[in-house]
Design a protein. Sequence first.
Lengths: 113, 112
Amino acid sequence: GAGVSQSPRYKVAKRGQDVALRCDPISGHVSLFWYQQALGQGPEFLTYFQNEAQLDKSGLPSDRFFAERPEGSVSTLKIQRTQQEDSAVYLCASSFRVGQPQHFGDGTRLSIL
Amino acid sequence: DQQVKQNSPSLSVQEGRISILNCDYTNSMFDYFLWYKKYPAEGPTFLISISSIKDKNEDGRFTVFLNKSAKHLSLHIVPSQPGDSAVYFCAASVASGSRLTFGEGTQLTVNP
């Protein structure tokens, strides 16, 4: 499809495991954002890329969280040594350029047991 | 510190009537505001935006009003339709294209 694609849609992991979440932005979109959404809350910013450059990672909650976008298109959010508080929906968004609205994928629901 | 607040967790209106969703913000540096609609198990869908140089923006049944002095914006949906039933999020950014700060959302239910 033409929208932002995220995989997997659902991920269950045991506490302490590492997970990797993938985002395929809309083709040609320069900006890519990751957000974390807890149950009953609005999305909260994690990190931002412009092409392959990570311009803002101030929202990452700990050094267990790492994101990359090596070729300026697909991005991966990695969480190491997962904790129960990492359970949330992780949303990816992209925009064509500065000044354009962000378009979101359907998210990955992560559950840590 | 919640910089964007939606004080009504839920709103119920009759089909054909007006729905008014409200949003307040505290950061005077915000200059770009957006509304998103979200259905269960889907990502937020962009509805409408407004920059701080305007006080109104219209797109079909959706109108957003911005009152900078009160740090308040609202989304009007006229006429409301059952398919509008969803969670509506208000969001703001310091520059149009930078990180978004979201409110907690308002669940709108439009009754047939």
